[in-house]
Ligand binder design. Structure first.
Ligand code: ARG
Length: 472
C-alpha cells in the first residue's frame, strides 16, 4: 500500500493502513479510544525521529536499503520534526501512536522509501528505545534541577554557618545546632538523590533498537552502530529482555520518589517554620500567598504543594510497578501505560524542585528568634554533663544524674541552667566551679561540637566548601 490513508472497508469503517491487511472491519470508537496513545506519546517525537534516523543510516550502511532511500528518509524525518515543532503537524488517533503517525507522514512525503524504514525493526524495540532516550534526558534534567537546589541551600548555609537554632528529636528541643548545618543535611540527601540518578543512568544506557518484535531479526543489522549513534554504551544483550524491560522507567521514578520524600520533609519544615508559633522563616512575596478572607495571612502554599506532590510521584511509581508485575515475557500492550506515569513524574519533579529552589533562595531566616529558642528546654544539659565528665572525671552516667537534678532545680525555679547560681549548682555537686558557665550558652554549645560531621560553625564553613567542590 503506497497511500498513507487507511483503507475503506465495506461496513464504512476504515482499517489501519499500518496493520489492517487482514481485517475486514475497522476498530470501534471505543477500541480506538482505549488503544490510541498519540494523545500522550507525541511527547516522544524527537526521540522517535532520532531513533529512526539512526536505524535508517545503519540499514543503508549494511546494504539493507539503498543510501538514496536512507537520505530521503532522514531528510523527510527532519522536515516532519520541523513541522511538529512549528505546531502544524496533524496528529491522528486512527494512527494510534507517535511511531505510526510519523511513519504515515513520512510516506505521504517521500512515498515508498518510507515503507523500508521499518525493515528489521518493530514498534516494540522502537518504543523501548524512544522511552529510554526520553527517560535518559529526564534523569539529566532531574540532576540539573537537584544541583540548582543544592546551590541555593549551600548559599544559605554559608550565610548561616554560625546561626544557632534548636536541634530537634521527637520534635522536642534537643541540643542547639547551627542553621547552616541543618540546611547542609538536605544537601547531603539531595547528593544521594543525584548519585541514584547517576547510577540509574549508567545502568539503563543500553540500546533496545534491533531487538525487533522480540526475537531479533534475520537482516544483517549492526546494533553496535545504532547504539553508538544514539549515545548508548552498548546494545542490550537479550532481545526478549530489550523489548520487555521497563526497569529504567521504574528506577527513574524510584529515584524521583525518594527525592520527592526529601523535598516533602524540607517542605514540612518550611510550613512549620513559617508559622507564628515558630516564626523562623519568612518566604519572599514571590513564594507566598494571601488569604481571601484573612488579610494578615502569608501562606506557604508552595511548600504545602511540594509536600503534597510527593504523593503523586510515589503514586506514579506504584502505578507502573503494578502495571509491570506479573506481565509475562515479552511485550504486552499494558506497557503502553508506562508513559503517562513517567511524564507526570518528570513534570512534577521539575515543578517541585523549581518551587523549592525559589523558596530557599528568597527565604529570610529569623536568626534571633531561632537563637532564643535554641537555649530553651535545657538544650545545653548535655554540655553540662559533658563538662562534668571532662572536668571532674565523672562517669557519664553519674554526670547525667547530676545534670538531671540541676535541670529539675532550674525547672522548679522557672529559669534556665545558665541562670542557676554557682551555690545552687554546688549544692548538687560540690566539685562544680565557675568555669561551667563557659559551656552553658548556646554559642558555646555549638562551637564545642567540632567532631567530624558536627554542628560547630567552623565545621559548617568547611562543609560548605567541601559541598561546593563535590556538588557544584
Ligand atoms: N504505542 C505502543 C506503546 O506505547 C507502541 C508499541 C506497540 N507495539 C505493539 N506490538 N502493538 O507501547
Amino acid at each position: 500500500m503506497t497511500d498513507k490513508k487507511n483503507e475503506q472497508k465495506p461496513d464504512g469503517t476504515q482499517t489501519s493502513a499500518m496493520w489492517g491487511g487482514r481485517f475486514s472491519a475497522g476498530p470501534s470508537a471505543v477500541m480506538e479510544a482505549i488503544n490510541a496513545s498519540i494523545g500522550f506519546d507525541k511527547k516522544l517525537y524527537r526521540q522517535d525521529i532520532q531513533g529512526s534516523q539512526a536505524h535508517a543510516r545503519m540499514l543503508a550502511d549494511q546494504g539493507i536499503i539503498t543510501s538514496d532511500d536512507a537520505d530521503a528518509i532522514i531528510k523527510g524525518l527532519d522536515d516532519i520534526k520541523a513541522e511538529i515543532e512549528a505546531g502544524t503537524f496533524e496528529f491522528s488517533a486512527a494512527l494510534e501512536d507517535i511511531h505510526m503517525n510519523v511513519e504515515a507522514a513520512l510516506r505521504a512525503r517521500i512515498g515508498d522509501a518510507a515503507g523500508r524504514l521499518h525493515t528489521a525493526r518493530s514498534r516494540n524495540d522502537q518504543v523501548a528505545t524512544d522511552l529510554k532516550l526520553w527517560v535518559r534526558d529526564a534523569l539529566d534534567g532531574l540532576d540539573r534541577d537537584l544541583q540548582a537546589l543544592q546551590t541555593a541551600l549551600i548559599e544559605q548555609a554559608e550565610k548561616h554557618a554560625a546561626s544557632a537554632m534548636p536541634g530537634f528529636t521527637h520534635m522536642q528541643t534537643a541540643q542547639p545546632v547551627t542553621l547552616g548545618h541543618h540546611l547542609l543535611a538536605y544537601v547531603e540527601m539531595l547528593g544521594r538523590d543525584r548519585s541514584r540518578v547517576t547510577d540509574a543512568r549508567a545502568r539503563m544506557n543500553e540500546s533496545p533498537l534491533g531487538a525487533a518484535a522480540l526475537a531479533g531479526t534475520s537482516f544483517p543489522i549492526d546494533r553496535e552502530k545504532t547504539a553508538a549513534a544514539l549515545g548508548f554504551d552498548r546494545p542490550a544483550a537479550n532481545s526478549l529482555d530489550a523489548v520487555s524491560d521497563r526497569d529504567f522507567a521504574m528506577e527513574y521514578m524510584s529515584a524521583a520518589a525518594i527525592c520527592a520524600v526529601h523535598l516533602s520533609r524540607l517542605a514540612e519544615e518550611i510550613v512549620l517554620w513559617c508559622s507564628d508559633q515558630f516564626g523562623y522563616v519568612r518566604l519572599a512575596d514571590e513564594f507566598s500567598t494571601g488569604s481571601s478572607i484573612m488579610p494578615q495571612k502569608r501562606n506557604p502554599d508552595a511548600a504545602e504543594l511540594v509536600r503534597a506532590k510527593a504523593g503523586r510521584v510515589i503514586g506514579m511509581l506504584n502505578a507502573l510497578m503494578i502495571v509491570m508485575k506479573g506481565l509475562p515475557m515479552t511485550y504486552g500492550k499494558d506497557m503502553q501505560d508506562d508513559k503517562e506515569p513517567v511524564f507526570e513524574v518528570a513534570d512534577t519533579m521539575a515543578l517541585s524542585l523549581a518551587a523549592m529552589t525559589g523558596m530557599i533562595e528568597g527565604a529570610i531566616f529569623n536568626a534571633e528568634r531561632m537563637k532564643a529558642d535554641a537555649g530553651k528546654g535545657f538544650s545545653t544539659a548535655t554540655d553540662l554533663a559533658d563538662w562534668l565528665v571532662r572536668t571532674l572525671s565523672m562517669p557519664f552516667r553519674d554526670a547525667h544524674h547530676v545534670t538531671g537534678a540541676l535541670v529539675k532545680m532550674a525547672e522548679d525555679k522557672g529559669c534556665g541552667l545558665e541562670d542557676l547560681s554557682l551555690a545552687d549548682m554546688q549544692s548538687v555537686e560540690a566539685g562544680i566551679t565557675d568555669a561551667v558557665f563557659g559551656v552553658l550558652g548556646v554559642d558555646n554549645s555549638v562551637a564545642s561540637r567540632k567532631s567530624y560531621g558536627g554542628t560547630a560553625p567552623d565545621n559548617v564553613a568547611a562543609q560548605v566548601a567541601a559541598a561546593r567542590k563535590r556538588w557544584l
